[in-house]
Structure formats: C-alpha cells, structure tokens
Design a protein around this ligand. Structure first.
Ligand code: CMP
Length: 359
C-alpha cells in the first residue's frame, strides 16, 4: 500500500522531468546563479536568488530518486547520473567546507549539463564527434603543425624588430594562435614585410581549417540523422503487416523511402479537400477517419491517405489521431517509385482504396 502511494506520488512528479517544465526549472536555477553574481543586487533580490538556489536542490534530489526508480542503479554510473548527483551535493559540500554562499552558489552552473538531456540533437553531436574523431583529430594535428611553424617563423622574422612581442617561440605562439583562430586580435602585429606575408598565409590556413571542421561535422551530423531515421523506420516497419510481409530486399528499399512521424492525440493528419502529398502507415496507436455519417477507427498496422495519391484528387476525409501515434510517411514521388519496384504492395493498397471508396 505504502509502496503504491509512493509510486503514484512519483508518477505525479514524472512530467516535471520532461519537456518544458524541466527546462523551466533548470532555467530558473541557472538564472538565479547567473544573476546572483551581479554586485548591484538589492538585499531583497539577493535573498530571492539564494532562496531559489537552495530550494532547487531538493527538487533535483527528487529528480535523482525518480530517475533511479525509472532506470535502476545503472543510472548512477551514466554521465547524466554523475552530473546530476554532483549538481545536488556540490553546493552543500562547499558550504560545509566553509566556502561562502556567493561562491558555493556558482557550483549551480553544473545544472547546465541537464539541458543536454532536453535536446536529442545535442546527443547526436556527441555521436558525430565519436564517429568522425579520426578526421577531426587529423585536422587538429594539421592545426597544431601550422601553429608551431607559424610561431617559429614569426619568432625568426620579427624578433629583431619587436623583441618584446616576439622574444621567444612560446611568446610568438600567442600571436600565431590569435591569427589562426580570429584572423588577428590586433595586440601583436608583424611589422616586417615577410612577417605580414606569413600572417596572411596563417589567416588563410585558419579559415581553411575551420571550414574543414565545419564540413566534417555537418556531413557527419547529416549522416547520423539519416542513420537514426533509418533505424526508427526499420523498427516501425516491423509493426505494419502489409510492409512486414514483403521480401527482405523490398523492405530494405522501402525503409529508405519512409519517414517516421510521432504525433500526440487529437491532431488532424489529413484534412478533407486538401491536396494529397503523402500517405501514412500507422505503426503504433489509432487514428480515426471522419466520414460524414460515422467515424472509422484505423488501428496499428493500417494505412490511410492513399486515395488522394491514387486518384490525384483531393483528400476524401479528415483523419485525426485518437491516441499518440507513430506513423511512417511515404511521399507521393516515392509512392510512384514504389509502384514500379513493388507492384504487389501497391496492388494491395489500390485494392483497399477501391474497397474503401465503394464501402
Ligand atoms: P485520402 O482521401 O487521401 O485522405 C483521407 C483518407 O481517409 C483516405 O485517403 C483513406 O485513406 C481514408 N478513408 C476514406 N474513406 C475511408 C473508409 N470508408 N474506410 C477507411 N478509410 C477511409
């Protein structure tokens, strides 16, 4: 009984760990930490900031308990788990160690790491860096080589004219870093003609290096997103009997054409009278076809939106999600391509469309 009560209390708090409520709590905490460093805060505002920071600690402690209940002990050995715990215990530990609240409060910046949880795209960036690390490290090594060569040459070319700024290779390296990364900060500039030519070459190398990094990351990001969409579509295809019963080679071809789409309940996917540009397979959940005299429920495994693609006419009915649904979307151009590569599938879709229009 007590266990059930605790579980239902935890279920009530669950929405606070997802989406915008979670982002709001983290945002309020971070805003308090950042604003707390302003020297012109009134005593009232300062106690508000301190109050917010201290009040958020038990909220994040409750978050750890909830995540533990959901994911088990393994959660504590994940990066998210470790940073969550650090975000809760660091401020009290610093206070116990005699650090004043203004400085201890700064450990609240650890909460920034919680934001990574809110963005799947950010997690994709982590994967991209892991996938592309060889190419990225290659460019980085090139960067270091240019950096050291430029520092050495600048030292050789400028040391007599500017003995303070280019007194040694380490000192010249500061110039080469800022020239390579920001095309010159302006605090040190070469005065010899050969030094200026060197500066021009270093700037171009810097721009080329960043362009290469950006290119590697952008291509890796696009490839990873495509891979994730493919995996999700592959998973969803297995829930649609019409697709699942095809030959393995045809399924592999079709998965490339399908796009997953998750929608909440009560959303109109297709509107009567509109031009049809896609058809949909229901991989999970129910949708409802709103006919003038009745509504027809289409469950997991069915499809809709095919009639407009076949006839070229407008949509014949509204189709609304009854529950949260996972759909697989097939665009009209791909539907035509499919007709050529998989006639048996399109024949089944056409037969069902005929049955629906006469039924
Ligand atoms: P389309 O006309 O493109 O858009 C509305 C969709 O509702 C239609 O394709 C069919 O997929 C579906 N639909 C229309 N009439 C029926 C019906 N009688 N039974 C089941 N589904 C239907």
């Amino acid at each position: 009984m007590a266990d059930d009560a605790a579980r239902s209390r935890a279920d009530l708090l669950q929405p606070l760990l997802e989406g915008w409520p979670y982002a709001l709590i983290v945002g309020i905490g971070l805003a308090a930490v950042v604003l707390g460093t302003r020297p012109d805060l009134s005593p009232g505002a300062l106690s508000l900031v301190n109050g917010v920071v201290l009040a958020i600690l038990p909220v994040f402690a409750a978050e750890i308990v909830l995540r533990l209940r959901r994911a088990g002990r393994g959660y504590l050995s994940t990066i998210g788990g470790v940073t969550d715990v650090a975000g809760v215990v660091t401020i009290p530990l610093l206070l116990l160690a005699g650090v004043g609240l203004p400085d201890a409060r700064l450990a609240g910046m650890l909460w920034l790491l919680k934001l990574a949880r809110l963005s799947p795209a950010l997690q994709v960036i982590g994967l991209v860096i892991r996938n592309e690390h060889r190419a990225l490290v290659g460019v980085l090594i090139g960067f270091v080589m240019v950096l050291l060569t430029a520092g050495t040459l600048a030292y050789l070319l400028e040391r007599h004219d500017q003995p303070d700024a280019f007194s040694s290779i380490p000192s010249a390296l500061w110039w080469s870093i800022v020239t390579l990364t920001t095309t010159g900060y302006g605090d040190r500039i070469p005065v010899t003609t050969s030094g200026q030519i060197l500066a021009g070459i270093v700037m171009i190398c810097g721009i080329a290096g960043f362009a290469l990094w950006a290119g590697i990351l952008a291509t890796g990001f696009a490839e990873e997103s495509r891979r994730q969409i493919f995996l999700r579509s592959w998973d969803l295809v297995s829930r649609v009997p019409l697709l699942q019963n095809l030959e393995a080679r045809t399924i592999a071809d079709i998965v490339h054409l399908l796009r997953p789409l998750d929608l909440p309940a009560g959303r109109a996917v297709v509107r009567k009278g509109e031009q049809g540009t896609s058809m949909y397979f229901v991989a999970q959940g129910n949708v409802s076809v709103q006919l003038p005299d009745r509504a027809i429920r289409l469950p997991t495994g069915s499809f809709f939106g095919e009639m407009a693609l076949i006839t070229g006419g407008p949509r014949t009915a509204d189709v609304v999600t009854e529950t949260p649904v996972s759909l697989l979307v097939l665009d009209v151009a791909d539907f035509r391509r499919l007709a050529a590569s998989s006639p048996e599938l399109t024949a089944a879709i056409r037969d069902e469309a005929k049955r629906r229009s006469t039924g």
